[in-house]
Design a binder for this molecule. Structure first.
Ligand SMILES: O=C(O)CCC(=O)C(=O)O
Ligand SMILES: [Fe+2]
Length: 307
């Protein structure tokens, strides 16, 4: 039985972030009575791991409400038959899916960074987990920013980043950037610019909001010559993903992992996993909030004309 006064027991599992919640287990009572303190623990640690949670799809969907308003996936056939806010991540051939979906999420990214309002929380429940492999990597972009010298931070706060879904630099093939999506989806994914340094809506802390080009859907730093922009993006990603800011989650069956896309990058490693090892996870994401720039004069996120 959970008492309203009790606080979660969470142990740090990486150098700067990520914690394993030993107690409470995920139950309907816990969701009802401890949602606020679970959310605060999540703000403190950015990634929470709950081991061995033998819960129903319904309970997992309700757990998602602790972290915001769950999103229903726009592709109806990806939705769980009974729980419209859940989708299935799978490295197997599943009906109605293309091959790329088996390894989606490989490469550092923050979910939906290419949208005007990017993602907030994402969570996974590992329902079929291989004995080894298929780890998920996380990088603490907030601590990475905090560790930079003050003059560097001041410069980075003035920059903006252009994002677009699956952007590709292959100018020989005018359709390369749209390879993965159809005409309706293209209209819905215009180019967006976000501030490079954003403030977390709950904690006010600053984060580098940048992903690698192409795979992370980043086109370039706004108003910067291409070579210089590419070099800066590569430098920042190397810094954010250096060992001291990374947590590697090795999955065990029935783990639940939730992370904060507003301050953490993540990457799947499914491309390195043989398909004979079945990996299936239920997934839920919550609606985000508009991106707050660190410096107000840098301006909010905006749609920009496609060149
Ligand atoms: O499969 C994984 O390890 C992570 C996939 C991912 O990027 C996501 O669910 O957002
Ligand atoms: Fe992702």
């Amino acid at each position: 039985m959970v008492t309203p006064q009790s606080t979660p027991i969470a142990n740090r599992i990486a150098e700067t972030f990520a914690a394993e919640v030993k107690e409470p287990a995920i139950t309907q009572d816990m969701i009802r009575e401890m949602g606020r303190s679970i959310y605060e623990t999540y703000l403190d640690h950015k990634v929470l791991v709950f081991r061995s949670q033998d819960i129903s799809a319904r309970t997992f969907a309700e757990f998602g409400t602790i972290f915001g308003r769950p999103e229903e996936h726009h592709v109806i056939k990806l939705r769980h038959p009974e729980e419209p806010t859940l989708t299935l991540l799978s490295n197997q051939d599943e009906p109605g899916r293309n091959k790329e979906m088996k390894t989606s999420g490989q490469g550092w990214h923050s979910d939906y960074s290419y949208k005007l309002v990017p993602g907030s929380a994402t969570m996974l429940h590992g329902t079929s987990i291989p004995g080894e492999g298929g780890d998920t990597l996380f990088a603490d972009a907030e601590s990475a920013f905090a560790a930079l010298p003050e003059d560097r931070k001041a410069y980075l706060r003035t920059l903006r980043v252009r994002h677009q879904y699956r952007w590709s630099p292959d100018r020989e093939d005018p359709w390369a950037r749209w390879k993965y999506i159809g005409p309706e989806e293209r209209k819905k994914t215009p180019e967006i610019t976000h501030p490079l340094v954003r403030r977390h809506p709950d904690t006010g802390r600053e984060t580098l909001f940048i992903q690698p080009r192409i795979i992370g859907s980043v086109v370039a730093i706004d108003d910067m010559e291409e070579k210089e922009s590419t070099a800066l993006i590569e430098e920042l990603i190397a810094h954010i993903t250096s060992e001291r800011f990374v947590y590697r989650h090795k999955w065990s069956p029935l783990d639940v992992v939730v992370w904060d896309n507003r301050c953490v990058l993540h990457s799947a490693t499914t491309k390195d996993l043989d398909e004979k090892h079945v990996r299936r996870l239920l997934r839920l994401t919550t609606h985000g909030q508009p991106v707050t720039p660190s410096l107000p004069e840098v301006g909010h996120s905006r749609l920009s004309p496609v060149s």
